[in-house]
Design a protein. Structure first.
Lengths: 513, 199
């Protein structure tokens, strides 16, 4: 038996390769041109960044941004190819090259680039090492991208671990903060716990179908097509455990316990990245797994997912109301948003899939901006993140208050913002599939959720004589740029949504068996 | 006398001897080294059985990676420290003896019942047959470098991420605890010692 060399086509994972290579380059460059370790500095005050766009430490962020640019370019290149020849699998069926994965990859690259911009300013202001931060963000986006195009559960697991481990570290990146360390520890332990569920799920699916491959010859799709649905209890059980593992990553109730602590303890740019990227990657895997591969089993998994969706929407919204810290509140709100996306998952139609893509893209752009505002107002160790700390923001920074208003209204789902359109799309898909009652629950949850977004607004605009300390924004051109971009995206996509929705609809096709 | 019998005899004596020596060694480092000897001897018996892959993994993973970790922890906690010989859990010894006896009984039972009991009806030389076409190690290598090439490579990225992460978390903190940004006093005491730098 001779060794048959596998056909290797790199176009499918070229974006991931570009990002991983850039990450290694950043690490290497950091050794030569990066900031020196603080302990060797004779004088503490000497590290003050100069004027201009945050001083002379622009090489590494620029390199990282070039990496994201290359990833987008390569993803678009792959798009041209699948648009011409149709969706395929590569690497012995390990990678699915289809419109869905390309859309997710480009969105993830945008989130990653925004995080680099925010992170650069955040770290320079706090005089923290940057090289590893950028490298970890690049690696974690590479992992998320791999997750989106994975066509084998083993690859899914490796991708999940790659981006999770990077995130565990990023959460505790500012090590002088004790709450950050606590958050990283909690996130890490619970994340490791959830990974074992995912692994056990893979084992059960393998036991039931004899394969971990989604599409290939003898894969799960062909197994379901050829085997009469008589004895699939093991497969359903395995799929349930996979939902647990992925539900943890997207912060669905009851796997949400880590979310408030991790969101609060993480540096705000990282929190925004987690909320946007981690959710998108997790839902990308969920959509591919449930709505495409396990579509024949939808009557088995759907009750479970409906339960998760309903509980997630209600619990996320209600617990957000009682929060006193804006980062925790946004954490619970992100839980509620995961529930809204789940209503698109249970629709199991193309509208649901494209709607979920649109939802996650717009939500990500909005939440990155919201956490950027929290970052510039929070102070060096982000202690000023209570709702009351925003008291009098309008008087101090009217424009910033206006933008935060827009972002909060979008998160609440008020018309002329992207959040409204996104909710409309996913709820519409669920209604089309006949799950009106779930949508009604979602609407009630949205109404509850509106309360706490409005609470921030009230505090912000309140002209209060007893303002103990005026909110003070410390922001440079990068933060301003990202916040402005986020606000512009929120508004423009709220008014002219159809191009992006059409793009998402066009991208909704999957590699087949 | 067959050379296999000789090799088996030697590895048998080494494995058993070092296992017993482990129990009586006073120094933690010696215990770890005896464990290495036992692992290598066990790997030798796997080789004799034709289980080449398990033999290699036994040495790489157990004798290599895990033992390094053991020694690392022993060194970290201090080699010289005298271990207290008081049982933290009462009744530990009795339970250990019971479980040990159970394990021994299982091994004897399997040995008496023969390999058929373990590997199904494929007979005594099942491993040898499996090894012939195309060979255990070769089959694994083929799978790893053809169908599972991507997971294999993705694992290396995962390991790099883990290494970078460990480096970040374990790095000496330096003075990053001192934050330089002009903000209000944070309502806390002492942490921000250098609010003098203008923004």
């Amino acid at each position: 038996m001779d060794f048959v060399a596998p056909k290797i086509a790199l176009s499918g994972i070229a974006p991931e390769i570009a990002l991983a290579a850039t990450a290694l380059l950043v690490l290497l460059a950091d050794a030569f041109i990066g900031d020196r370790p603080r302990t060797l500095r004779p004088e503490h005050g000497s590290a003050r960044p100069g004027s201009g766009i945050l001083g002379n430490r622009w090489h590494l962020p620029l390199l990282s941004l070039i990496g994201f640019g290359a990833a987008v370019y390569l993803a678009l290149d792959a798009w041209d190819r699948v648009d011409a020849t149709g969706a395929t699998t590569q690497f012995s069926g390990m990678i699915a090259v289809d419109g869905f994965s390309v859309f997710v990859k480009i969105t993830l690259a945008v989130f990653g680039a925004l995080t680099i911009l925010l992170g650069h300013e955040y770290l320079v202001r706090r005089d923290l090492e940057e090289g590893e931060f950028f490298a970890l963000v690049l690696f974690s986006v590479a992992g998320m991208m791999l997750m989106a195009s994975s066509a084998d559960l083993i690859v899914t697991f490796l991708a999940l671990e790659t981006f999770s481990i990077a995130l565990y570290v990023l959460v505790g990146y500012q090590r002088s903060r004790l709450d950050g360390q606590e958050a990283a520890m909690k996130y890490f332990l619970l994340g490791a716990f959830s990974s074992t569920f995912f692994l056990l799920g893979i084992a059960l699916v393998f036991g039931a179908t004899g394969s971990t491959n989604l599409y290939g010859e003898g894969g799960i799709t062909s197994f379901l097509a050829t085997t009469p649905a008589a004895d699939l209890s093991l497969l359903v059980l395995g799929a349930g455990l996979l939902i647990v593992g992925l539900g943890f990553k997207v912060a669905a109730v009851p796997f949400h316990m880590w979310t408030p602590d991790a969101y609060q303890g993480a540096p705000s740019p990282v929190t925004g990245f987690m909320a946007a990227g981690s959710k998108l990657a997790g839902f990308a895997a969920l959509l591919r797994l449930l709505d495409v591969v396990l579509f024949p089993l939808r009557w088995d998994w759907r009750p479970l997912v409906i339960g998760i969706a309903v509980v997630t929407m209600i619990v996320g919204s209600i617990l957000a109301v009682v929060q006193d810290d804006i980062k925790r509140m946004l954490a619970y709100s992100s839980i509620a948003h995961a529930g809204f996306v789940f209503t698109a998952v249970i629709a199991t139609n193309d509208r649901g899939i494209s709607g979920a893509l649109f939802y996650l893209a717009t939500y990500g752009l909005t939440i990155v901006g919201a956490f950027a505002i929290v970052a510039v107002l929070g102070g060096p160790e982000e202690r000023r993140t209570r709702v009351n700390d925003f008291r009098g923001l309008f008087a101090a920074h009217p424009l910033l208050a206006g933008i935060l208003t827009l972002l909060m209204l979008s998160l609440a789902g008020v018309p002329i913002t992207s959040g409204f359109v996104a909710k409309l799309v996913v709820f519409g898909a669920a209604v089309e599939a006949g799950y009106t009652w779930v949508v009604v629950v979602g609407a009630i949850a949205s109404a509850i959720a509106a309360f706490f977004y409005l609470r921030i607004l009230v505090v912000m605009y309140m002209v209060d004589a007893e303002v103990a300390e005026e909110p003070k924004a410390v922001m440079g051109p990068l933060s301003i740029g990202v916040i402005g971009l986020s606000a512009a995206a929120t508004l423009v996509l709220g008014l002219f949504w159809s191009p992006l929705i059409e793009l998402a609809e066009k991208a909704t096709f999957f590699a087949g068996p | 006398m067959n050379i296999e019998v000789v090799v088996f005899g030697v590895s048998f004596v080494v494995a058993l001897g070092s296992s017993i020596a482990m129990l009586f060694a006073k120094n933690a480092v010696h215990v770890a080294l005896f464990l290495v000897a036992a692992q290598v001897a066990l790997a030798l018996t796997f080789l004799l059985q034709g289980a080449y892959f398990i033999a290699a993994v036994q040495i790489i993973v157990y004798a290599g990676a895990i033992m390094v970790l053991f020694l690392f922890v022993v060194m970290l906690l201090g080699v010289d420290r005298r271990e207290a010989l008081i049982e933290p859990l009462s009744g530990q010894r009795t339970i250990a003896v019971g479980l040990g006896a159970l394990l021994a009984a299982e091994i004897v039972y399997v040995a008496v019942k023969g390999t058929e009991f373990v590997i199904g009806g494929r007979g005594e030389d099942a491993l040898v047959t499996i090894n012939e076409d195309p060979g255990n190690v070769k089959a694994l290598a083929r799978a790893l470098f053809s169908d599972y090439l991507l997971p294999f490579e993705a694992t290396s990225v995962l390991l790099v991420v883990a290494i970078v992460g460990v480096m970040v978390l374990a790095r000496r903190m330096g003075h990053e605890g001192f934050l330089r940004e002009t903000t209000e006093d944070e309502g806390s005491e002492g942490a921000e010692t250098d609010a003098e730098v203008p923004a």
